[in-house]
Design a protein. Structure first.
Length: 157
Protein backbone atom coordinates (compact mmCIF):
# COMPACT_ATOMS: atom_id res chain seq x y z
CA UNK A 1 0.00 0.00 0.00
CA UNK A 2 1.34 3.44 -0.86
CA UNK A 3 1.30 6.62 1.14
CA UNK A 4 -1.16 9.27 -0.02
CA UNK A 5 0.90 12.24 -1.16
CA UNK A 6 -1.66 15.06 -1.34
CA UNK A 7 -2.34 15.43 2.38
CA UNK A 8 -4.47 18.56 2.06
CA UNK A 9 -6.78 16.89 -0.43
CA UNK A 10 -7.11 13.84 1.83
CA UNK A 11 -7.78 16.02 4.89
CA UNK A 12 -10.49 17.86 2.95
CA UNK A 13 -12.07 14.49 2.04
CA UNK A 14 -11.97 13.29 5.65
CA UNK A 15 -13.36 16.61 6.89
CA UNK A 16 -16.04 17.16 4.25
CA UNK A 17 -16.98 13.82 2.66
CA UNK A 18 -16.72 11.03 5.25
CA UNK A 19 -20.09 10.57 6.93
CA UNK A 20 -20.70 6.89 7.70
CA UNK A 21 -19.54 3.83 9.56
CA UNK A 22 -20.77 0.32 10.16
CA UNK A 23 -22.39 -0.42 13.51
CA UNK A 24 -24.85 -2.75 15.21
CA UNK A 25 -28.38 -2.43 13.80
CA UNK A 26 -31.63 -3.48 15.43
CA UNK A 27 -33.00 -4.08 11.92
CA UNK A 28 -30.48 -6.55 10.48
CA UNK A 29 -27.59 -6.98 12.93
CA UNK A 30 -25.32 -4.60 11.02
CA UNK A 31 -26.10 -1.31 9.33
CA UNK A 32 -24.67 1.95 8.08
CA UNK A 33 -24.77 4.86 10.54
CA UNK A 34 -24.02 8.58 10.44
CA UNK A 35 -20.75 9.52 12.15
CA UNK A 36 -21.84 13.16 12.05
CA UNK A 37 -24.85 15.09 10.79
CA UNK A 38 -25.35 14.52 7.07
CA UNK A 39 -27.00 17.33 5.08
CA UNK A 40 -29.86 16.69 2.67
CA UNK A 41 -28.99 15.78 -0.95
CA UNK A 42 -25.49 14.49 -0.09
CA UNK A 43 -23.85 11.28 -1.27
CA UNK A 44 -23.06 9.88 2.19
CA UNK A 45 -20.63 7.23 0.90
CA UNK A 46 -18.56 9.25 -1.53
CA UNK A 47 -15.42 7.22 -2.22
CA UNK A 48 -11.91 8.59 -2.08
CA UNK A 49 -10.15 8.42 -5.43
CA UNK A 50 -7.11 6.47 -4.30
CA UNK A 51 -6.20 3.79 -1.80
CA UNK A 52 -3.39 4.27 0.67
CA UNK A 53 -1.94 5.39 3.98
CA UNK A 54 -2.32 8.91 5.29
CA UNK A 55 -0.08 9.84 8.21
CA UNK A 56 -0.95 13.11 9.92
CA UNK A 57 0.40 14.98 12.90
CA UNK A 58 -2.34 15.49 15.50
CA UNK A 59 -2.47 19.22 14.74
CA UNK A 60 -3.15 18.47 11.04
CA UNK A 61 -6.04 16.18 12.00
CA UNK A 62 -7.78 18.69 14.30
CA UNK A 63 -10.15 19.97 11.58
CA UNK A 64 -11.54 16.45 11.01
CA UNK A 65 -14.70 15.59 12.98
CA UNK A 66 -13.73 13.64 16.14
CA UNK A 67 -15.97 10.68 15.20
CA UNK A 68 -14.29 10.45 11.80
CA UNK A 69 -10.82 10.63 13.40
CA UNK A 70 -11.80 7.88 15.82
CA UNK A 71 -13.31 5.68 13.07
CA UNK A 72 -10.01 5.59 11.24
CA UNK A 73 -7.50 5.74 14.08
CA UNK A 74 -9.17 3.06 16.26
CA UNK A 75 -8.14 0.45 13.70
CA UNK A 76 -4.52 1.51 13.61
CA UNK A 77 -1.61 1.86 15.98
CA UNK A 78 -0.52 5.48 15.78
CA UNK A 79 2.78 6.74 17.17
CA UNK A 80 2.55 9.54 19.71
CA UNK A 81 1.18 12.83 18.31
CA UNK A 82 0.15 11.27 14.99
CA UNK A 83 -2.90 9.69 13.41
CA UNK A 84 -2.71 7.03 10.72
CA UNK A 85 -5.64 6.73 8.33
CA UNK A 86 -6.20 4.09 5.66
CA UNK A 87 -8.29 5.59 2.89
CA UNK A 88 -10.13 3.23 0.57
CA UNK A 89 -12.87 3.38 -2.00
CA UNK A 90 -15.69 2.54 0.49
CA UNK A 91 -17.52 0.78 -2.34
CA UNK A 92 -18.66 -2.02 -0.05
CA UNK A 93 -20.53 0.17 2.46
CA UNK A 94 -23.78 0.57 0.51
CA UNK A 95 -24.53 -3.14 0.87
CA UNK A 96 -25.11 -2.52 4.60
CA UNK A 97 -27.94 -0.03 4.12
CA UNK A 98 -31.05 -1.62 5.56
CA UNK A 99 -34.65 -1.50 4.32
CA UNK A 100 -37.40 0.71 5.72
CA UNK A 101 -40.72 1.70 4.21
CA UNK A 102 -41.63 3.84 7.23
CA UNK A 103 -38.53 6.01 7.63
CA UNK A 104 -36.12 5.94 4.68
CA UNK A 105 -33.53 8.72 4.66
CA UNK A 106 -31.66 7.85 1.45
CA UNK A 107 -32.84 7.19 -2.08
CA UNK A 108 -31.30 5.98 -5.35
CA UNK A 109 -29.42 8.63 -7.33
CA UNK A 110 -26.76 9.20 -9.98
CA UNK A 111 -23.87 9.50 -7.51
CA UNK A 112 -20.69 7.48 -7.04
CA UNK A 113 -22.34 5.37 -4.33
CA UNK A 114 -25.75 5.26 -6.02
CA UNK A 115 -27.64 7.07 -3.23
CA UNK A 116 -28.28 10.51 -1.74
CA UNK A 117 -29.85 11.63 1.49
CA UNK A 118 -33.50 12.69 1.32
CA UNK A 119 -33.31 14.79 4.49
CA UNK A 120 -30.83 15.77 7.18
CA UNK A 121 -29.59 12.57 8.87
CA UNK A 122 -28.62 13.03 12.50
CA UNK A 123 -25.35 11.84 14.01
CA UNK A 124 -25.80 8.22 15.15
CA UNK A 125 -28.86 7.63 12.96
CA UNK A 126 -28.99 4.56 10.73
CA UNK A 127 -29.17 5.12 6.98
CA UNK A 128 -32.28 3.43 5.58
CA UNK A 129 -33.53 2.87 2.05
CA UNK A 130 -36.94 1.78 0.83
CA UNK A 131 -35.79 -1.14 -1.32
CA UNK A 132 -38.91 -0.72 -3.48
CA UNK A 133 -37.54 2.66 -4.60
CA UNK A 134 -34.26 1.03 -5.57
CA UNK A 135 -36.13 -1.65 -7.51
CA UNK A 136 -38.16 0.99 -9.38
CA UNK A 137 -35.01 3.01 -10.05
CA UNK A 138 -33.21 -0.03 -11.49
CA UNK A 139 -36.23 -1.01 -13.59
CA UNK A 140 -36.60 2.51 -14.98
CA UNK A 141 -32.95 3.42 -15.56
CA UNK A 142 -31.37 0.07 -16.38
CA UNK A 143 -34.27 -1.92 -17.85
CA UNK A 144 -33.78 -4.36 -15.00
CA UNK A 145 -36.58 -6.77 -14.09
CA UNK A 146 -36.72 -8.53 -10.77
CA UNK A 147 -39.12 -11.46 -10.49
CA UNK A 148 -39.04 -12.32 -6.82
CA UNK A 149 -41.68 -14.41 -5.10
CA UNK A 150 -44.30 -12.27 -3.31
CA UNK A 151 -43.18 -10.91 0.03
CA UNK A 152 -39.42 -11.40 -0.31
CA UNK A 153 -37.84 -8.75 1.94
CA UNK A 154 -40.86 -6.51 1.42
CA UNK A 155 -39.66 -5.20 -1.94
CA UNK A 156 -42.34 -6.56 -4.25
CA UNK A 157 -44.97 -4.15 -5.43
Amino acid sequence: MKQIEDKQKAIKYLRDDVYCTLDVSTIAKIGLFALKTIPKDIDPIKPYEEYGWLILHDSDAESIHPNVRHKFSERMFSPRNTKIFILDFCDYLSQYINHSTANPNVKPAETPSGIITTRVVDEGEELLLDFREMREYLEKNFNWKCDLPPGINGINK
